[in-house]
Design a protein. Sequence first.
Length: 114
Amino acid sequence: MKEIRDIKESVARNLRYYREFKGLTQRELAEKLGTRHNTISAWESGTNSIDVAVLMQICETLDTSIDEMYYGKKNDSPIKGLSEREQYSVSLFRKLSDEEQLKIIGRLEAMTEG
C-alpha cells in the first residue's frame, strides 16, 4: 500500500499531467475551480494537499478519475494508440492558437514529404 507521502507526490504529479494534457494553464484551471492559480501551483508542487471534495471537482473538470489521480494514468492511453511522447505532443499542440497549429501542420507536412 502506498504511503501518504507517496500518494501526495503522485496526486501532485498527476494533477499537472492531466492539466497539461487538457491544455490548461494553472490560471485557467484555477478559474474553473474558483480558486487562485498559486493554489494550483502549491498542489502541483506537493506543498499543499488537496481536499477530497476539491479533488473530485478537479477530476470532473479534467475528465479523469480519482484512481488515475492517485495511481497514475490507466494502461490504455487517454488518446488510444498514442505513445506518451505523442500524447505530450498533442497536449502542447492544444495550447497553440489556430494559426500556430496550422503552421505546425504545414511544417510537419513539409518534413514528411520526400
